[in-house]
Design a protein. Structure first.
Length: 397
């Protein structure tokens, strides 16, 4: 019986999976490189019946509705502040939008009754044994678990150790994105304002929690860059180089970046893994089939965690049967949602003036906006979602 499960990653997929596994009688442990839950981050959203159904079954939907942002309207302006395009809150916010940090805390709280959390550590080695997986850690002593699940995002350490190097699975989509916090000098109360130059977007968004703060969000087109993912100063220099010389509020944004303690910087990329499991080791969320932005990754991660845990419980811990069933149920759905990420960079930062004008003109048409919102709802709901019966509970005990 594979009762003990190590999950790498305490962002979204990891705590969601731990919550379900604990209810079914498994003993989940979550290891996270960060010293504590990651605070802050951009707003994330859920849309469509599938996302909301899983959140309801999990018992977190009411909690999330109480802390939702109400959506984030987006406004694009010219250098002189003239409005070029207004996008409604539901375009980016879906049915329920919450701050990433609030979502992480909610999922963590609901998983705590059954879950051991180990912060400030990471997996450095994986070796299958006849009865499980021997795991080596950067700081802690080696331990053995029945199963190991990589819920550690696009740059998954579990995937690298068990499946192969990242370049085999992660494809750069031609853009980079960054966000950081700064004073709310524009006095924004809701949503964001953005300015485009060819191949670049610079925007400022209101902080739903603190009216005195705001968040910067920038996107720029670039071939794949060579940089140290742990060197924040180097990442700041890349952003400054990409946006140097632009007008609007860009100089003030770059000034705030120099002292920003909370920079997030990454490529806009997608992960494509041929099979989501190898022996006793599996992948969930962005590690298996993710996109940095725009691929409905948050909703997909929560749905995938629900299905993976349900299949492990239904198979009474038989990972071979459960992993195969989980992937057959989820792959088409996850890949359909993931396709949206391929267009995100081009939408946010078109590479030409013509492309910028075309986007603004098309999305100013109400009928096209309604169609796009409807299509987003459809894509996020196309899955044969199992209804795992209550009697599955405790089968692993």
């Amino acid at each position: 019986m594979n009762q003990t499960v190590l999950i790498s990653g305490a962002s979204i997929a990891g705590p969601a999976l731990a919550c379900w596994l604990g209810r079914y009688g498994f003993k989940p442990t979550v290891v996270e490189l960060a010293p504590a839950l990651r605070e802050g981050g951009q707003a994330v959203d859920f849309r469509g019946d599938t996302h909301l159904t899983v959140l309801e079954r999990m018992g977190v939907l009411a909690d999330l509705r109480r802390i939702q942002t109400g959506g984030s309207p987006m406004r694009f302006v010219a250098e002189n502040g003239r409005v070029l395009l207004d996008l409604p809150a539901e375009f980016a916010g879906g049915d329920v939008e919450v701050l990433r940090g609030d979502l992480v805390r909610t999922l963590h709280r609901h998983s705590l009754p059954w879950t051991e959390y180990v912060f400030g550590d990471s997996i450095t080695g994986l070796a299958e044994t006849p009865s499980g997986v021997r795991v080596e850690f950067r700081r802690g002593a080696p331990r053995e678990f029945g199963l190991v699940i990589g819920a550690d995002g696009l740059h998954s350490q579990v995937r690298r150790l068990a499946f192969g190097p990242e370049e085999r699975y992660v494809r750069h989509l031609g853009y980079y994105a960054a966000t950081w916090s700064l004073p709310n000098h524009l006095g924004l109360t809701r949503g964001s304002i953005g300015y485009n130059a060819p191949g670049r977007l610079a925007s400022i968004g209101a902080d739903a929690r603190d009216p005195g703060r705001a968040s910067a969000f920038v996107v720029f087109a670039a071939p794949e860059l060579s940089y140290d993912r742990h060197d924040v100063d180097q990442q700041k220099r890349l952003i400054v180089d990409a946006f140097r010389g632009l007008g609007w509020e860009v100089p003030r944004l770059l000034d705030s970046l120099r002292e920003a303690p909370d920079l997030y910087f990454d490529s806009i990329s997608r992960a494509d893994v041929d099979t989501w499991s190898s022996g006793r080791i599996g992948l969930v969320g962005d590690a298996a089939c993710g996109a940095t932005i725009g691929g409905m990754g948050t909703g997909t991660a929560v749905v995938a965690a629900y299905v993976l845990a349900g299949e492990l419980a239904r198979a009474r811990g038989d990972h071979r049967a459960a992993f195969g069933r989980y992937e057959s149920l989820m792959r088409g759905y996850a890949e359909g949602c993931q396709k949206g990420g391929d267009r995100t960079g081009k939408f946010l930062a078109p590479r030409t003036v013509t492309g910028m004008r075309l986007r603004d003109g098309l999305l100013s048409r109400p009928f096209l906006m309604r169609w796009m919102l409807k299509e987003g709802q459809k894509v996020s709901s196309i899955v044969d979602l199992p209804d795992y019966p209550a009697e599955l509970g405790r089968v692993a005990g």
